[in-house]
Write a protein that binds this ligand. Sequence first.
Ligand code: FES
Length: 105
Amino acid sequence: IGVTALDREGESHELSWEPDQSLMEALRDNGLPVLASCGGTASCATCHVFLDPELVGRLGERSEDELELLEETEYYDEATSRLSCQVAHDAALDGITVRLAPEEE
Ligand code: FES
């Protein structure tokens, strides 16, 4: 499926998100600067992204680990923040826009 990613400079990138990838992997493997230092286990927060609030609602509850970590980040926004490593591929997500959160200080 196709995803539009906005990098930290606001530049737009069209990516292909394969079924075996988390959203973090799709971003990283397409060359976006997502460090993912924990390897996708919801423990580093370097894969923090912002999604459309309506979409965040549709994706359902964040796990306790994800929420705890997000709440500790500087740019956490309840309506739009997700850890991209915790967003699984889903054909219904075709065409979404994802924005990388600023890097933590
Ligand atoms: Fe570390 Fe997502 S890759 S929290």
